[in-house]
Design a protein around this ligand. Structure first.
Ligand SMILES: *[C@@H]1O[C@H](CO)[C@@H](O)[C@H](O)[C@H]1NC(C)=O
Length: 400
């Protein structure tokens, strides 16, 4: 505990709050009736706050989440379910036991503000009881399971159904979320609810209103998808959200139920003696030699042949290569001679010309303006070479 410190005063506080944190709650419930247990956030809040702080007038309302499991088991018993919508809501344990026995449930509350935890233990003793022979299940379309589980709401619903059944001897047998029975998650809009199934049971046979559900015309109406109104003063819902969906109403007459089939006969669990274990024959041995030839030897031979071929081409035909080289040299020599001869010839022809050579062949000739700069001596150190080039825009544009 975070609040536990040394000192006599704190020691007593710790003892008290430790007792609180390990509170053990005992309940006795009969088989076949709905059990609900509300995990009150307030109760756990007291465990989280050292009493000294509480007396100082500071009250917290911390978000909390709960983890519930059967003692020494990872999960809850099969018949028990847990629900909590939001860390600022109370949690609920609910379900209907079907066999007598005892369940120890560990409840861990985790404070989402301080991340402290508190542990409570719930000991549920289930006593034998009879299943109510006549049961009916109703669907409340405009409900969510957490809103139905508080005892006051359960009573409201029960009162409406007592009127419908026309008897006071009515017990709620089961309450379940429609989502647990294949229902769809509703749109996150106002007026859309998950839906809740409420099962009630009684010793008394179904009332006339209820028996209407069994009639063929009602079933025909329902399969046709029409909005079924059950007339004759059978609508008893005082609050719209507690109104039942008639077409999803189901009646169960447990007295007519077929006796459960006899359980399969269980043997002694020991195999009868008879013969020794005979291992299966080992499969026939397989000859891998052809596979070896195909995968190893053939590629190897091919590789050797290719290797030899390459070696022959590289080294065996060396003579031929030399011969070809000699021929190439001859051809190159011939080309050289002809180029040389042609140049000589061209020079002779140029020497015999009477016209002056074209301007473009002269040095320092500006091809754009046709100006000759031959008078400038390019070897003179005082005149930069670049001046020979004339800028056509230099006359029109002012220089800066
Ligand atoms: C109660 O409803 C739940 C959910 O549909 C179901 O699994 C469970 O068997 C029901 N219990 C009884 C006793 O009918």
């Amino acid at each position: 505990m975070a609040g536990c410190r040394s000192g006599l005063f704190f020691l007593t506080v710790c003892a008290v709050s430790l007792l609180g944190a390990n509170a053990e709650i005992k309940v006795v419930i009969p088989v076949g009736k709905l059990f609900t247990y509300e995990l009150m956030r307030e109760t756990f809040q007291n465990d989280f706050e050292p009493l000294s702080k509480l007396y100082a007038g500071r009250l917290y309302d911390d978000p909390m989440i709960f983890k519930c499991n059967r003692q020494n088991f990872p999960d809850l018993p099969e018949w028990l379910r847990f629900t909590q919508r939001h860390p600022y809501d109370n949690g609920f344990l609910y379900g209907t036991p079907t066999t007598p026995g005892k369940s120890i449930i560990e409840i861990y509350a985790i404070n989402k503000r301080s991340y402290e935890t508190a542990r409570h233990t719930l000991v549920i003793k289930i006593t034998a009881g009879d299943m109510l022979p006549y049961q009916a299940e109703f669907f409340l379309k405009l409900r969510e399971v957490e809103k139905v589980l508080p005892p006051s709401v359960q009573d409201e619903i029960k009162q409406d159904l007592q009127k419908l059944w026309n008897t006071q001897a009515l017990e709620i047998v089961n309450i379940s979320n429609a989502l647990d029975r294949g229902g769809r998650v509703p749109l996150p809009l106002a007026g859309h609810y998950e839906g809740v199934y409420v099962k009630v049971g009684s010793e008394q046979y179904f009332s006339d209103c209820l028996q209407r559900v069994l009639t063929p015309e009602h079933q025909k109406q329902c399969t046709a998808g029409a909005k079924v109104r059950v007339p004759g003063g059978c609508n008893f819902c005082s609050i719209p959200s507690n109104c039942i969906t008639w077409c999803k109403t189901e009646l169960f007459d447990l007295t007519k139920e077929q006796p459960t089939p006899p359980p399969p006969t269980v043997g002694s669990g020991i195999l009868e003696a008879g013969g020794d274990f005979e291992p299966p024959e080992s499969p026939p041995s397989r000859d891998f030699f052809p596979d070896y030839i195909v995968t190893v030897i053939v590629p190897l031979i091919l590789a050797v042949i290719l290797c030899l071929l390459l070696a022959y081409v590289m080294f065996g035909r060396r003579e031929g290569v030399e011969k070809r080289n000699a021929r190439t040299n001859q051809i190159q020599l011939y080309h050289h001679q002809t180029i040389h001869g042609n140049t000589e010839e061209l020079r002779d022809m140029a020497g015999n010309r009477r016209f002056p050579p074209p301007l473009s062949t002269l040095p320092m000739f500006n091809s754009r303006t046709g100006e000759r700069a031959a008078s400038l001596r390019s070897d003179s150190p005082t005149i930069p070479f670049i001046m020979a080039q004339h800028d056509p825009y230099s006359d029109t544009l002012p220089r800066k």
